[in-house]
Design a binder for this molecule. Sequence first.
Ligand SMILES: Cc1cc2nc3c(=O)[nH]c(=O)nc-3n(C[C@H](O)[C@H](O)[C@H](O)COP(=O)(O)OP(=O)(O)OC[C@H]3O[C@@H](n4cnc5c(N)ncnc54)[C@H](O)[C@@H]3O)c2cc1C
Length: 395
Amino acid sequence: MTHQIVIIGAGYAGLMAANRLARRLSPGRARVTLVSDAETFVERVRLHQVAAGQAVPEAAVPDVLRGARFVRGRVTGIAPDRRELRLGSTTMAYDTLVYAAGSVADLEGAAGHAFTVAGAEDAGRLRDRVARIGAGGTLAVVGAGATGIELATELAECHPALRVRLLASEEPGVQWSPRARAHLRRVFDRLGVEVVTGAKVVEVDASGARLADGRHVTADAVAWTTGFRVITLAREAGLAVDGHGRVLVDETSRSISHPDVYAIGDAAAVRGPGGRELRMACATALPVGRNAADAIVARLGGREPSPLRFRYVVHCVSLGRRDGLIQFVHADDRPHAMALTGRPAALVKELVVRGATWMARRGMIPQMPGATRSSTRSEPSAATSANAPEANARR
Ligand SMILES: Cc1cc2nc3c(=O)[nH]c(=O)nc-3n(C[C@H](O)[C@H](O)[C@H](O)COP(=O)(O)OP(=O)(O)OC[C@H]3O[C@@H](n4cnc5c(N)ncnc54)[C@H](O)[C@@H]3O)c2cc1C
């Protein structure tokens, strides 16, 4: 009988898994179905560009699938005991489920007034708001992780008539090398980004952000980049999850409570070097999605799957369209002294972003010279992470 594999989510992780499964399994052996509430695949790692008013590539989900079936719909429930999904008023059966529902913004005390760049619609709302702010107006970006740094520099470069303030609890780039931090300071100066450190934002109101020390930072719009969370679908289904609601998985991305379910991408709590949880990142979503697909194929064929082997290589951060920062890191994400900056770094970052989409669309990750076959070592060097240890280990 044809094995029914259903994937929830058409982000980097879900697309990688769907395309790899469809590529590796014959239609008679398995039917691969991807369910997503979004009709379009938008490169999520470019949403700060969207917020700044740039047009970015997007594609209809069916056009980026190679052999998998697409069903548009929002999954509202999972019944693992019956191996069934609820999609509005209908149900869909599965034999194997791949949970790749990603993450959304966690606005904490900022709900109602803050903007985010967590999803395409969120970024579009911020873009529309920014467009209505007159010259001399102020934009505040909360959080100096990689998302906050990318957003602040992109906004400052695209809207030189606006004042951009980056509200940071610590020095931006504190987790990177001195060379990287020095470069960030130069770029902020050049673009006129005002960095407010020691700023713990406790509330966002209509006129700006209130800080824990009582200060109030005035702004026409406040963009919140510090928190990301997962939806409650997995927890409600009774899957074993961590304190953040991310699905607990083994080293093949299989749920530790439900062997018919795999979880990948931002929605999964995957362990990497030293047993540390991998950051929510496109750079982790792709190799984890690939490895989960390979594990499913192996088990269907009665073989023992290979465990995920992952190492970090670099953090790639854009600083507007003409500047960037590539921080080289050890396998466990600690920074090397070495960092590439300026235009060459901007070019590398752009290639990495394009490469990530290319890999997700093909369900493959090219091997780098010297990388071992079963390792994901090559992956991050092509699609590597950007980002800082923000809330929920984002990026
Ligand atoms: C502005 C920005 C810049 C970033 N830059 C980088 C970067 O440079 N490098 C990097 O490594 N990472 C970066 N990231 C992080 C990266 O984008 C995420 O880690 C990555 O997108 C996670 O992929 P995913 O497939 O797990 O989830 P997502 O991309 O979030 O995709 C989840 C999918 O699931 C669908 N879905 C959710 N719930 C349901 C449901 N109930 N029913 C049906 N479908 C559902 C969604 O519509 C979506 O299609 C950035 C993030 C942001 C916001």
